[in-house]
Design a protein around this ligand. Structure first.
Ligand code: CP
Length: 336
């Protein structure tokens, strides 16, 4: 579908009512999402211009965890496509009067909405919502389980530079145990033919991940020279009951991406981080701001990916797509 083509038809290859995870998508479906995002980026002059093809649609942002990038870019992507956006704030809602999560969502649905973008600390919340609602549900992060649009925007950012993921080596470094970004990247990257190396301390990177066809390393210095891209993940202290290492300084000494480590990397090593970044912990300021860093490109690509996802979920053919149905999805990615 070229940018000048008739936007009134959602690609027939897309058959999902919801976007809940990348684990269950096929490589072709992931490529379709990435290709559609690229088209939107081109057609909107780098995500700056409006393309009001979802005028009359309404998207609800239902966020139960804090967010800067995801919430803002879903809202902006929807508005750039001409849709109305409702930003639901849990703290000031009737949840505080005892209304259940599902009743809350059903009441919002009764107002005539087209999609719900949900973020929640509990894994599987978007899947539960998809069983109860007739409108499209988009997972904006469910606890440590998945963050599919983050995975897509990370992969799109790498694909733009390398041309293809086939044969590329991508290191995911940091708190793999608690990272939904790591899981979405892992499924998406491996489906597109990339080699994935998970790297971090043994308390945060289990050797059991090898069961999923990825390499596990606890030595950042050993993997840096082999990688085409490194995605540097934040330590998710908010999801941990005990400290996985004695001190942040010790962690940073072993696992922060520094200029010294960058000098031992391939000349064009791509540096990514999903944000928010903690400068001096998983990445130094010099590396975060260097010319090889894609950190802000990722944010722009987040708009493109979310425009594509909203279009596929809310577009003209979307209402005819089947609901999720079936038993609640049980993820394979539950290793900590
Ligand atoms: N990367 C990401 O999900 O950022 P936010 O938590 O700010 O949305």
């Amino acid at each position: 579908m070229p940018p000048s083509a008739d936007w009134q038809s959602v690609p027939p290859q897309w058959t999902h009512r919801h976007l809940l995870d990348l684990e269950r998508l096929t490589p072709e479906e992931i490529r379709l999402l990435l290709d559609t995002a690229s088209l939107f980026k081109e057609a909107t002059d780098g995500c700056r211009r409006k393309l009001a093809i979802l005028a009359g649609s309404t998207v609800v942002n239902l966020f139960f965890e804090n967010s800067t990038r995801t919430r803002t870019s879903f809202g902006l992507a929807a508005r750039r496509l001409g849709a109305d956006v409702i930003d639901f704030t849990a703290a000031s809602s009737s949840l505080s009067k005892g209304e259940s999560f599902i009743d809350t969502a059903k009441n919002l649905e009764a107002m005539g909405i087209d999609a719900v973008v949900v973020r929640h600390a509990t894994p599987g919340t978007p899947h539960l919502l998809a069983k109860h609602l007739g409108v499209g549900v988009i997972n904006a992060g469910d606890g440590p389980h998945e963050h599919p649009t983050q995975g897509l925007l990370d992969i799109l950012s790498i694909r733009e530079r390398l041309g293809s993921l086939e044969g590329a080596t991508v290191g995911l470094v940091g708190d793999i145990a608690h990272s939904r970004t790591a899981r979405s990247n892992l499924w998406g990257l491996t489906k597109l033919g990339a080699k994935v190396i998970l790297c971090g301390p043994p308390t945060l990177v289990s050797d059991r991940w090898r069961e999923f066809g990825v390499e596990v390393s606890h030595d950042l210095d050993a993997i840096v020279p082999r990688c085409d891209a490194l995605n540097l993940l934040r330590i998710q202290f908010e999801r941990q009951n005990t400290r996985p290492f004695p001190s942040v300084q010790e962690y940073a000494h072993l696992y922060a991406m520094t200029i010294e480590r960058l000098r031992r990397a391939r000349a064009n090593l791509l540096i990514l981080a999903p944000g928010p970044i903690n400068r001096g912990v998983e990445v130094t300021a010099e590396v975060a701001d260097c010319s090889q860093s894609l950190i802000l490109d990722q944010v722009t690509n987040g708009l493109a990916v979310r425009m594509a996802v909203l279009w596929l979920i809310c577009g003209p053919r979307a209402a005819a797509l089947p609901a999720a149905g079936g038993p609640l999805h049980r993820s394979r990615g539950s290793i900590v």
